[in-house]
Design a protein around this ligand. Structure first.
Ligand code: SAH
Ligand code: SF4
Length: 365
């Protein structure tokens, strides 16, 4: 299906690009303010724009590209969304909620809501990991920058999140972000615009299955984003079985790309390690992992494999998780086990459920 409206999605454009599309250019800043701060639903509401410009925008641009197909709220406050794109394909995004205790200057303890939004970058995925539900449907298409940006905006609107609220973004939904690097990089910049959502790149984490060449390219772009590597295995034979992409980019090439990646002073590279029972949950793997990470400012997040009907893999025992974690901690490597939030949200997607705040918060510790 093609885009029935044929209009350009307004969120596809940086402020500078919009400035070249409307007259006079300073209107772009005002439009950004209406779209990303005031969260208006119609161009007609953009009160400080001349009527003629509002009409022109209405004619040329789509302001509401996503339709919420379903929304499932978990008891812990996390919400999983299924969005339909203009051409009818669907993608998922998840709002993760955590209460954070913080001491104020006057010594009082306050609880803040802390949000992380997990967003999709593609419809489907080409990478074809054996454990991943997204892979089963094959690859359909890349999302445009605006389709990525609009996921977050829809969630802000739905939950009434004020535009100045501190939100972290993780590109851990459907798709391989580095396989859609140009659009993802553009989305990073649009999110970061100070006249827009002001989500600084250091609160955005790109998770990749390890496309080494693209990691190098992302590094050279110097966007200031955090990097998460979905490692999952410490030797090439097993990794090839789990992630066929490892034939093209083996573990050594990934580690080399990580070493070259510009990491923010106060941050670490996050290594995600999906733990699968009797596959990679042994201490020998933990030992090899420690060796691999030698000399890298790394943090490890152990993820429980999330089973789904038809999969050959099994969820690991909590005891195995703890043993693995303790081994890493004993070697001085920061390592968290992320308990599932939103477990009571029914999970069509094998991965979104288990993905947590770890990247955005964890990478900064
Ligand atoms: N394609 C990117 C980003 C999206 S996948 C990547 O692979 O990094 C996000 C995370 O979900 C990855 O770490 C992936 O390994 C994990 N994941 C996939 N299937 C899973 C499952 N069944 N249970 C738990 N995590 C899963
Ligand atoms: Fe694609 Fe990531 Fe799933 Fe692998 S884990 S198939 S890279 S979405």
């Amino acid at each position: 299906m093609s885009n029935p409206t044929k209009k350009a999605i307004i969120h596809d454009f940086t402020k500078e690009e919009l400035g070249q599309m409307v007259q006079p250019p300073f209107r772009a800043k005002q439009i950004y303010n209406w779209v990303y701060h005031k969260h208006v639903d119609m161009f007609h509401e953009m009160a400080n724009l001349p009527k003629s410009l509002r009409a022109e925008l209405e004619e040329r641009f789509e302001l509401h590209p996503l339709r919420t197909v379903s929304r499932q709220e978990s008891r812990d406050g996390s919400v999983k969304y299924l969005f339909a794109l203009p051409d009818g394909h669907t993608v998922e995004a998840v709002l993760l909620l955590m209460k954070e205790a913080q001491y104020h200057e006057d010594g009082t303890l306050k609880h803040h809501r802390r949000y992380t939004v997990c967003i999709s970058s593609q419809v489907g995925c080409k990478v074809g990991c054996a454990f991943c539900l997204t892979a089963k449907g094959g690859f359909v298409r890349n999302l445009s920058a605006g389709e990525i940006v609009a996921q977050v905006l829809e969630i802000y609107k739905d939950r009434g999140i004020p535009s100045n609220h501190r939100v972290n973004l993780v590109y851990m939904g459907m798709g391989e972000p580095l396989d859609n690097l140009d659009n993802v990089a553009k989305a990073v910049r649009i999110f970061a615009d100070m006249d827009g959502m002001s989500i600084s790149p250091n609160r955005q984490t790109i998770s990749t299955s390890g496309l080494s060449a693209k990691i190098e390219r992302l590094g050279k772009m110097d966007l200031g984003v955090n990097l998460a590597i979905s490692l999952h295995a410490v030797d090439d034979a097993l990794r090839e079985r789990l992630m066929p992409i490892n034939k093209a980019y083996n573990i050594a090439s990934i580690m080399e790309a990580v070493r070259n990646f510009p990491v923010n002073q106060r941050k670490k590279v996050l290594f995600e390690y999906l733990v699968i029972k009797d596959v990679n949950d042994d201490l020998d793997s933990a030992r090899k992992l420690v060796k691999l990470l030698n000399g890298i400012k790394a943090k490890v997040n152990l993820i429980y494999f999330n089973p789904y009907p038809g999969t050959e893999f099994r969820r690991p025992e909590p005891e195995a998780m703890r043993r693995f974690q303790e081994y890493l901690l004993g070697k001085g490597i920061l390592c968290t086990i992320r308990e599932s939030k939103g477990l009571d949200i029914s999970a069509a997607c094998g991965q979104l459920r288990e993905q947590q705040l770890q990247a955005s918060e964890g990478a900064s510790r």
